[in-house]
Design a protein around this ligand. Structure first.
Ligand code: HPA
Length: 274
């Protein structure tokens, strides 16, 4: 990891601190179609990614490309509406730049959300899944390259990427609001093409319950920096070959928008219990 990268993270952090984004309690990354939660925060203040030095652009449909600060259940939240993806051609250090900055801003708890395809046939479209663990099939890792010890250790432990404590908080919240919730293993793939039915069968054999193109690099970096991580997938579609129909990004967006109210209630309840 070059000195440049550390300096860029520092410059973005200082810029955001100078614009009132310092000292959030909870960081939140909002996945495809799930950005509306940012509008439910009290006293929101936002900035476009393009205004922040070195911040990678998010230019995918369904991603606003904004950092929004505000309060949810009396907690100061920094929400990222839109993320950089590996499939856009960014390297994984760029993909995880935002998480580095959130950590440097003082965020200790990070909630990562995403849209995912359901591999587990017991799941239905629109289900919400707490990520218990992940399979990294991206073919790379955000920590590849020379290590900068100022950002974290060379060989960080990944025994409990997704905090047991935060997963119980998610369960307690779901129970309190009467929302059924699933648990499972998330497999991250490079994309951007969707998977083949053969790949999905293979992932099922490997133990995966849901598939997506994000989250894992961010979770790895967050753990390297000592943050407590919670991951929540919205099962926007059944994965390739599960149903006799092709996959389409519009379906992903439609489902994410359909479950907006439940998703927001779950997030708000979780944040209130952190
Ligand atoms: N595969 C990969 N990524 C996804 C999917 C999927 O089926 N749905 C939403 N993101």
């Amino acid at each position: 990891m070059t000195a440049d990268y550390f300096d860029h993270v520092t410059e973005a952090t200082e810029w955001l601190r100078g614009h009132g984004f310092g000292g959030g309690d909870v960081g939140l990354v909002l996945g495809s179609g799930l950005g509306a939660f940012a509008q439910t925060m009290s006293e929101p203040f936002g900035v476009d990614y393009a205004a922040v030095p070195h911040w990678p652009a998010a230019n995918i449909i369904g991603h606003a490309g904004k950092i929004v600060g505000g309060t949810v259940a009396n907690r100061r939240v920094l929400a990222l509406s839109g993320r950089a993806h590996f499939y856009e051609g960014h390297d994984l250090r760029t993909v995880t730049f935002a998480v580095r900055v959130l950590s440097r801003l003082g965020v200790r708890k990070l909630i990562l959300t995403n849209a995912a395809g359901g591999i587990n046939t017991a799941f239905t479209q629109g289900a919400l899944m707490v990520i218990d663990d992940h399979l990294n099939l991206l073919g790379s890792n955000p920590l590849v390259g020379p290590n900068d010890d100022r950002l974290g250790p060379r060989f960080p432990d990944m025994t409990e990427v997704y905090s047991k404590r935060l997963r119980s908080v998610a369960d307690a919240t779901a129970a309190a609001i009467g929302l059924p919730i699933q648990h499972g293993i998330y497999v991250a793939v490079h994309g951007p093409s969707y998977e083949t039915p053969a790949e999905i069968r293979a992932f099922r054999t490997l133990g995966a319950d849901a598939v997506g193109m994000s989250t894992v690099p961010e979770a790895i970096v967050a753990r390297q920096m000592g943050m407590e991580v919670l991951g929540i997938s919205c099962i926007t579609n059944m994965a390739a070959g599960v149903l006799p129909q092709p996959l389409h990004h519009d379906e992903v967006m439609e489902t994410a928008q359909r479950v907006r109210a439940e998703f927001s209630a779950l997030l708000e309840g979780i944040i209130g219990r952190l």
